[in-house]
Design a binder for this molecule. Structure first.
Ligand SMILES: [Cu+2]
Length: 215
């Protein structure tokens, strides 16, 4: 949890999510910079008496206001491309397959196959999260490169874990891949992120990262 409560991004639990937060901050510098500049110019326009009725062209000014934004866009695009290719990186020692169903997830892992249903509110234990706990968590070793493959058995779903920086569509008849590398032991929560029907809100994802020896 950050200073703003739960308004901002989650604390990162994987190198990819750390990179995404850095890129978010990088883009925010540009965004706030342009916003402040436009505000400043707007104020200047309001409070001066200049007139340019007779001005027909200004070559230098046009060159400057074309080249500077172009450079700013490159400054934004290069780290964005770097992050895009980092997301595609695959060198996994383990593969987990998750299949979306209406309305639960099923998993195929090296240690067994199982279904994972949400625990209804009236059967929660003290301290558990409402609408986020499942009966069978996915166990994954931390500090190990894992691939998650996702697909769907019926309609579109989306496999998402915000603190790990994962979000990918689960599409019937297709396999989508993403690398997952967890920095620390812990329990990471996510939810289906593609409207898939009446109980879309009730098919959470829970990944538990454990030491590779326990695993
Ligand atoms: Cu859904």
């Amino acid at each position: 949890m950050n200073f703003w409560g739960q308004l901002g991004l989650y604390d990162p639990a994987s190198p990819i999510q750390e990179e995404m937060i850095l890129f978010h901050d990088h883009a925010m510098v540009l965004l706030l910079g342009i916003f402040s500049f436009v505000c400043l110019i707007g104020m200047k326009l309001l409070f001066n008496k200049f007139s340019s009725r007779t001005m027909l062209e200004a070559q230098t000014l046009e060159t400057v206001w074309t080249i500077i934004p172009a450079l700013l866009l490159i400054w934004l695009a290069l780290p964005s491309l770097r992050l895009l290719y980092l997301l595609d990186e695959q060198n996994s020692s383990m593969i987990i397959k998750s299949t979306g169903h209406q309305w639960y997830w099923s998993y195929e892992t090296p240690v067994g196959n199982f279904d994972s249903y949400m625990i209804p509110t009236d059967s929660l234990n003290f301290g558990e999260y409402n609408l986020l706990e499942v009966d069978n968590r996915v166990m994954v070793p931390y500090n190990v490169n894992t691939s998650v493959i996702t697909t769907s058995a019926d309609v579109l779903h989306a496999f998402t874990i915000p603190s790990v920086g994962m979000k990918m569509d689960s599409v019937p008849g297709r396999l989508n891949f993403m690398n997952m590398y967890l920095n620390w032991p812990g329990v990471y929560y996510g939810q289906c992120s593609e409207i898939c029907g009446a109980n879309h809100s009730f098919m959470p994802i829970v990944v538990e990262a454990v030491n590779v020896k326990e695993f």
